[in-house]
Design a binder for this molecule. Structure first.
Ligand SMILES: *Cc1c(COP(=O)(O)O)cnc(C)c1O
Length: 367
């Protein structure tokens, strides 16, 4: 896992292997059979990760993860639908904002940012408002790192007969998600998160049973997942110019995901990264924003040191000089910084990060 460049401790883009980067050294014709084969392979591998070959399809989409979230809401929700977005952080709010912008009805059900969403409150909200047609949730809210109870919410949605749209952007590939025990209408992730490839494409798992109902939902041409799906099924090609190099890299990253041992092994490595980081920084007196039991192995939010000498910008620059890229906090009420545990990094890298932060904080007269 050597990387002569910066180590990115960010939740995408993240550190990739040389093998993944090298997959981008070739050009591909977007209509050519060789490239279409790569797309087909990727779709088949993705479906096997969620054990969903029978009941689900997967549709790749150009753009960053948000483009796929927007395409999903556009295409899965009817124009007169009503989505209840479960909100405990920044990415939840983004899902609500993009829904509102396209003129579809959204209600935000807000929770404390330090806590997972509460299924009994969701149940009550669904009882109170029968006009709700969909629930939108974020599996791992990357703004803090908190993990929301996907399986419980899925069960509730089935009970109330409403659709479930899951942003599993930063959890897919690391946390277990199986279509055998979790039903959803759509589940979204992207190339540059736990599959450890470069950013530039998303993909959406869609339940076969809802496909025909999606036909006229989208008010956007480029973000129409139904059209993208139909075209891809018919021709094997993407509807508009595909991010060819990104897809070639994603294929190579998926092969490495399988070589590593799939989701379980990837999660184990991230858990090790997370433990090394949290334990190492706690020795320095740095506290996590979430309760220790709520911390996820995806990304950890730390409270800024309580010192008049601390400034994120200086801390960031000094850590960067030693080769690491941190991530700013995304909370308004308290000052924090975030450290991603995902990417082609391991325990040794995390030990080095802790040593680096130790020397930087000492330099800044904080330790
Ligand atoms: C990364 C991420 C997204 C997508 O963000 P982009 O900046 O568009 O890539 C959406 N939701 C979650 C939870 C994420 O972690």
């Amino acid at each position: 896992m050597q990387n002569p460049d910066y180590i990115l401790l960010t939740p995408g883009p993240l550190t990739t292997t040389n093998r993944t980067k090298e997959a981008m050294l070739k050009d591909w014709g977007s209509w050519d059979r060789d490239f279409n084969n790569i797309t087909a392979h990727i779709r088949s591998l993705l479906l096997s990760i969620i054990e969903g070959k029978e009941d689900y399809v997967v549709v790749p989409m150009q753009g960053s993860g948000t483009f796929s979230v927007e395409a999903t809401i556009q295409s899965v929700m009817p124009k007169d639908g009503h989505i209840l977005v479960l909100d405990n952080g920044a990415y939840c709010k983004r899902m609500a904002t993009l829904t509102q912008k396209m003129g579809k009805k959204v209600t935000l059900l807000s929770f404390n940012e330090r806590e997972a969403v509460n299924p009994s409150k969701v149940n009550q909200a669904l009882l109170d408002d029968p006009s709700i047609t969909h629930v939108g949730m974020i599996h791992c809210e990357t703004g803090t790192g908190i993990i929301n109870p996907l399986e419980e919410i899925s069960t509730l949605c089935q009970k109330h007969d409403v659709g479930l749209i899951v942003d599993a952007m930063s959890s897919f590939g690391a946390l277990p998600i199986s279509a055998k025990n979790i039903q959803f209408d759509a589940l979204i992730s992207a190339s540059g998160k736990c599959l450890e490839s470069v950013p530039g494409a998303g993909f959406v798992f869609l339940r076969r049973a809802i496909l025909t109902s999606m036909e006229n939902n989208s008010t956007s041409l480029s973000l129409d997942l139904y059209d993208q799906y139909q075209y891809m099924e018919k021709t094997g090609q993407w509807r508009f110019t595909p991010p060819t190099h990104v897809i070639a890299a994603l294929y190579e990253a998926l092969l490495q995901f399988i070589d590593e041992g799939g989701q379980k092994k990837r999660l184990a490595r991230y858990e090790e990264n997370c433990k090394t980081l949290v334990n190492g920084l706690s020795v320095l007196g740095l506290k996590t924003f979430l309760e220790p039991t709520a911390i996820s192995p995806i990304i950890v939010t730390f409270l800024a040191p309580e010192s008049e000498h601390y400034q994120f910008k200086e801390f960031y620059e000094k850590v960067k000089q030693q080769g690491y890229i941190l991530y700013p906090g995304k909370l308004t009420e308290v000052e924090t910084f975030r450290v991603g545990c995902i990417g082609a990094i391991d325990k040794q890298n995390m030990q080095d990060v802790v040593s680096c932060m130790t020397s930087v904080l000492a330099q800044m007269n904080i330790l």
